[in-house]
Ligand binder design. Structure first.
Ligand code: IPM
Ligand code: SF4
Length: 437
């Protein structure tokens, strides 16, 4: 019998059964999350299934953010915000309000997720939690509404694709470039209902904010989860964030002879900065194939690359410069603490001086409803995760996806530019102050 993957071990632990890929389990969920878009329907389901006796099974680990339409971009959004506030108040859930940040970032910063946790969120990028060694996955409002009451959910144990990167990443190549390359190689559905397990020496060397990028975008190849086995770096990060040092459970480490569906191996030195062309994240090409593409808007933010370290790389590049004439840049920090860090370190001033717009923390224009939507014919280069038709506004607009470094350097020229044109930094994890529940 071959060994087990992280998913097989973790779901065995959470279900109490000795399971393998393809088995079905009823598993105990550790953390549950929803937000201003998926929350209202989730609450209806919760109240339906609980009838006369509505009670959250674990209010301390039920988190609700107001991040997608924040600040409210219309009356409907404002009313939804009030529904969230009232629900959290009534049932004692952990609620984060306008400007606190994007759900995925808030859960990580606030230490809700520990290595080995099973986390479900009514948002597709809940795979992000694999960056700190959890099994995170997106679910619909019906599943979440029921689990809020029971604490359990069924899963089919996923098969696993292993992505191994060995060696040292070259200058200008970041986790974003790795994940775009992986998605390009397997396709937008190449990991559907499978776990992406990331490893190898280049992945082990990544700070946590970069591992979160790999896990976050697992969903863009269909991934059920995207996990980096937690290690000392993971618990150092979480201890710095929360003051508590979590354990690394044995079931978060894959066996050496784990039974993977496929193993994709890369040599870090051979990788180059990637750009995904419109209108699918799987259209990843080396940056030199699109150099010179003219850009109207640059978007820095999202749950993929809206962390302080990402924003800082862009600021380093544009410091003392102006955006190329005819371009505009929208910066949306992933959380209030990222925003504050930008203020404390002078990064905010850099953006303002360069002619950029910095908005309050949240999802921003990522899904095209406010804070910088694109018009007909507009071309945007974004640190985001999705570039489907109409994603950031008009169906006639186009979005290219890239790393913060590529976006920063391109802002100086008004066209897609190879980030290796300039000297770039690479940051360790910053410790961010919590935003407070
Ligand atoms: C609104 C929400 C359901 C959606 C998601 O789940 O992904 C959003 O976050 C997105 O990125 O499109
Ligand atoms: S930042 Fe974008 S991708 Fe992430 S949760 Fe918000 S809308 Fe979805």
């Amino acid at each position: 019998m071959t060994g087990k993957t992280i998913s097989e071990k973790l779901l065995s632990e959470k279900s109490g059964d000795d399971v393998r890929a393809g088995d079905y389990v009823e598993a105990a969920v550790d953390v549950m999350m929803t937000h201003d878009v998926t929350g209202p329907l989730t609450f209806e389901v919760f109240e339906d299934v609980t009838g006369d006796d509505p009670e959250l099974v674990d209010p301390d680990n039920t988190v609700i953010t107001i991040d997608h339409h924040a600040p409210a971009d219309g009356v409907k959004a404002a009313n939804n915000h009030n529904i969230v506030r009232e629900f959290a108040d009534e049932y004692g859930a952990q609620q984060y309000d306008v400007g606190d940040g994007i759900c995925h970032q808030v859960l990580v910063e606030e230490g809700f997720v520990s290595p080995g946790d099973l986390v479900i969120g009514a948002d597709s990028h809940s795979t992000t939690f694999g960056g700190v060694g959890g099994f995170g996955t997106g679910v619909g409002s019906t599943d979440l509404g029921t689990t809020l009451a029971t604490g359990e959910l069924w899963f089919r144990v996923p098969e696993t694709l292993r992505f191994e990167v060995e060696g040292d990443l070259p200058d200008g190549v970041y986790a974003k470039d790795l994940i775009l390359k992986f998605i390009g190689d397997v396709g937008f559905d190449g990991c559907t209902y499978k776990t992406a397990e990331y490893g190898g020496s280049a992945v082990e060397a990544l700070p946590i904010h970069e591992r979160l990028v790999l896990s976050n975008m697992a969903i863009e190849m269909g991934g059920k989860a995207g996990i980096v086995a937690p290690d000392e770096r993971t618990v150092d990060f979480l201890e710095a964030q929360t003051g508590e040092r979590p354990a690394i459970p044995a079931y978060t480490q894959p066996d050496d002879d784990a039974d993977y569906e496929a193993v994709h191996t890369y040599q870090a030195e051979s990788l180059s900065p990637q750009v995904s062309t419109p209108s699918n994240p799987e259209n990843a090409v080396p940056v030199d194939e699109v150099v010179g593409t003219e850009i109207d808007q640059l978007f820095v933010g999202t749950c993929t690359n809206g962390r302080y370290e990402d924003i800082r790389i862009v600021a380093d590049v544009i410091e003392g410069e102006r955006l190329a004439p005819g371009t505009r840049m929208v910066v949306v920090p992933a959380s209030r603490s990222v925003y504050k860090q930008m203020m404390d370190t002078g990064v905010m001033e850099t953006f303002v001086d360069a002619g950029a717009i910095v908005q309050s923390a949240g999802c921003g224009s990522c899904f095209g409803t406010h804070q910088g939507v694109l018009g007909d014919g507009d071309v945007c280069l974004a640190t985001a995760n999705r570039n489907f038709p109409g994603r950031e506004g008009s169906m006639e607009s186009e979005v290219y996806l890239a790393s913060p470094a590529t976006v920063g350097v391109s802002a100086l020229y008004g066209e897609i530019t190879d980030p290796r044109e300039v000297e770039l930094n690479r940051y360790d994890d910053y410790v961010l102050e919590g935003v407070g529940a």
